[in-house]
Design a protein around this ligand. Structure first.
Ligand code: DP6
Length: 377
């Protein structure tokens, strides 16, 4: 009950459309139909690492949304027949009981936000444009696509239209409850999540596009995802977040992330690529250092990751080309560089990094424009 009244207070504060008022019986305008969203994964430059309560971040994070690595989710909905189960889920056209259980649990938790979920049957089908365990965060694209579908369902089913910024704030809030980093994927470009010193609008509850102008050199920043290993991770992000709770460096880390967030905002406006490289690499190494000195200690970096990092840094020193790397919670490297340097950097990958990569594989991605609502297929 406490949670429900907190929710009501929250939405009132945000002036979110009254149709979501919890407990009020609303009239259904549409009893069946379909919505489809395509939503991107993102890569964090300032990392979210540590959380509390119901998916609240311990520090602000800043990412950019990818262009090519997206999840497409299609939801067929109809009023349920009596006794019928609430949903089924297909991934790549196949029933997947593990995913289905997770999504079904998530939808059940979302019934307070979307009361129609108690009375509608949903057929949810998803597919990704990128391979599984490829160093691209599939939970970010998956939960953001699903959250956007739920917000569109709300509009269709109740025949109401939310104001655009409210729609995306609600989608981000809901996506966050599925997976923290998914909160940032409901927007394109550079996105911040968490209270921060650079933007007074910043919130722990939902993400927002960053508040300041982005220099043109970053608007089409390239991201070559270098695949060192596509084995499933041996320690999940959820476990990693939990290990921050008794971490001896937790407080210093949260302060560092706040500082890096503000500095990165300045750099994104100024266009200083070398300063960008310094900050972004420091963030990536800090994330992995926290894993190495937590209790129990673990490392997700592989020998090839370290060799790749050395070669990238040497290439930058040798050529003056401002390439840099970041890392997710895994061994794969995201090699970031300005589009202007594409020819030189692609030859560098092909000639000097390829022997480190699993089957020589890497994915070409870049800053994307964010989710797209697709016309019903
Ligand atoms: C290292 O969003 O996967 O990628 O909230 O438990 O689902 P949950 O965690 P998740 O954590 C992402 C951690 C990270 C950094 C980031 O994306 O900011």
């Amino acid at each position: 009950m406490w949670f429900v009244s907190r929710l009501n207070m929250f939405w009132r504060k945000m002036n979110i459309n009254s149709s979501i008022t919890i407990g009020t019986k609303k009239k259904y305008i549409s009893t069946e139909g379909r919505v489809t969203w395509e939503s991107p994964s993102n890569i964090a430059l300032v990392k979210y690492w540590g959380k509390w309560g119901r998916q609240m971040p311990r520090n602000p994070s800043l990412s950019f949304s990818l262009k090519n690595s997206v999840t497409r989710t299609l939801v067929d909905y109809r009023l349920r027949n009596s006794g019928e189960k609430g949903m089924n889920f297909r991934f790549d056209g196949e029933r997947q009981s593990g995913f289905e259980k997770r999504i079904s649990g998530f939808l059940h938790e979302m019934e307070d936000f979307f009361p129609f979920l108690k009375e509608y049957h949903l057929n949810v089908s998803s597919d990704n444009t990128f391979p599984h365990s490829s160093g691209v965060a599939s939970s970010a694209s998956a939960y953001s696509a699903l959250a956007l579908c739920l917000c569109s369902l709300q509009e269709e089913i109740y025949g109401e239209q939310m104001e655009q910024s409210e729609f995306f704030r609600k989608a981000s809030y809901v996506a966050r409850l599925g997976s923290g980093s998914a909160a940032r994927s409901v927007y394109g470009g550079f996105v911040g999540w968490g209270k921060n010193g650079a933007d007074s609008a910043g919130s722990d509850e939902y993400a927002l596009p960053i508040g300041q102008p982005v220099h043109e050199v970053f608007r089409d920043l390239q991201d070559a995802i270098l695949l060192m290993s596509t084995e499933p991770k041996k320690v999940t992000s959820s476990r990693g977040h939990a290990l921050m709770e008794n971490h001896p460096y937790a407080e210093v880390r949260y302060q560092q992330a706040h500082r890096h967030y503000e500095q990165l905002c300045d750099v994104l406006t100024s266009g200083d690529l070398m300063r960008f490289a310094d900050l972004v690499e420091n963030e990536a190494m800090s994330l992995h250092a926290l894993m190495m000195n937590s209790h129990p200690s673990y490392t997700l970096l592989l020998p090839n990751t370290l060799a790749g990092i050395e070669r990238i840094r040497n290439f930058r020193i040798r050529t003056g080309i401002p390439v840099c790397f970041t890392l997710d919670a895994g061994p794969n490297i995201h090699l970031l560089y300005p589009k202007l340097e594409q020819v030189a950097v692609v030859s560098f990958i092909e000639e000097e990094l390829k022997d480190l990569l699993e089957q020589g594989n890497w994915l070409a991605d870049e800053v994307g424009d964010g989710p797209v609502k697709l016309d019903s297929l």
